[in-house]
Design a protein around this ligand. Structure first.
Ligand code: ZN
Ligand code: ZN
Length: 108
């Protein structure tokens, strides 16, 4: 089995690296080899242990770009070898906030 390294914020102010097993992408998913990742304000709040919606331990680095390695069934928008960046939120598109373009506050 192939492994990859993952950075975890285990407790406020502490980052640890751990090995995880790489899994096959499920239906509708794409597996991306990350080439670059940003550290944004949300990550800093998580690192400090003061993010209102995230509990520790957790992985950070939601603003990423890379190359698609493999896709699950039903994926048609990207294919292996495509260079991509990630929209880190999955919004419903129909709630009060989504209808006003504030999908980052999506209720679902
Ligand atoms: Zn961010
Ligand atoms: Zn929504």
């Amino acid at each position: 089995m192939e492994m990859f390294r993952e950075g975890i914020i285990s407790e406020p102010g502490k980052v640890v690296l751990r090995q995880r097993e790489k899994r096959k992408p499920k239906e509708g998913e794409a597996l991306i080899r990350i080439k670059s990742s940003a550290v944004c304000g949300s990550d800093m709040h998580i690192f400090s242990g003061r993010h209102p919606y995230v509990s520790l331990p957790t992985t950070v680095g939601h603003e990423v770009a890379g190359v698609v390695e493999e896709t699950g069934s039903g994926v048609t928008a990207v294919k292996a070898g495509d260079r991509v960046c990630v929209e880190p939120l999955i919004a419903c598109g129909g709630c009060y906030y989504c209808r006003r373009g504030r999908y980052d506050y999506c209720e679902t």
